[in-house]
Design a protein around this ligand. Sequence first.
Ligand SMILES: [Zn+2]
Length: 215
Amino acid sequence: MSPKQAWVVFSFLVVLTDFVAMIALVAFGYPEAVVIASGMIILLFYFYVLYKRYNVEVISESDLALFTDLDDLRILCTIYGLDKAGKESDLNERLLAFSRAHSSRAFTWVAPRLVRSVGEALEVPQVPRSTNAVETRPLTGGQKRSDSRLMAIGLCPVCDAKLPRKGTVCMECGADLEFYSVLQESKVGKRLVSEKSRVVRRKLRKDVSASGGKR
Ligand SMILES: [Zn+2]
């Protein structure tokens, strides 16, 4: 997660908290106008500080070379949210890497560890690849996916495994059944599938002997 994304998440929480607090204060009988004005001022102040402090100018590599004082380097590391431990050469290296990584921009966002960890904690985890994702992949030759074709496939076209359960993907080798089944209908597809089949079977055998111990 980039510092910018972490700030988006964090700021969302700040805004939410501010609104909840405003609603609560009004509910407790505080004058609405005062509460709303204070809430807005807090948010303005927050975004002002955020922008001023954490959208920082990227220092160029050539300018960086001008800093030789250890304290200056530590301060730069703090500003850029980098680790400030270590020798002068360590700090220099870290700052140089940062400068190179952001050389295309004049300004960049940095975020302290707290903000980054809040952002990462609330990050929506990547949805694992499901069998539904397979269904959206088009078939070769412009053919449409159909349940009846899928049902008719008894053996995996790639690894020849029997397919006891209904599914779009082979339980043994993970192959997209309909895709390879249709692919096999063309000459070049047949070659591709048979080549793939050799590779996959070799791999499956290796997995079995690796997990099954020596024979
Ligand atoms: Zn298979």
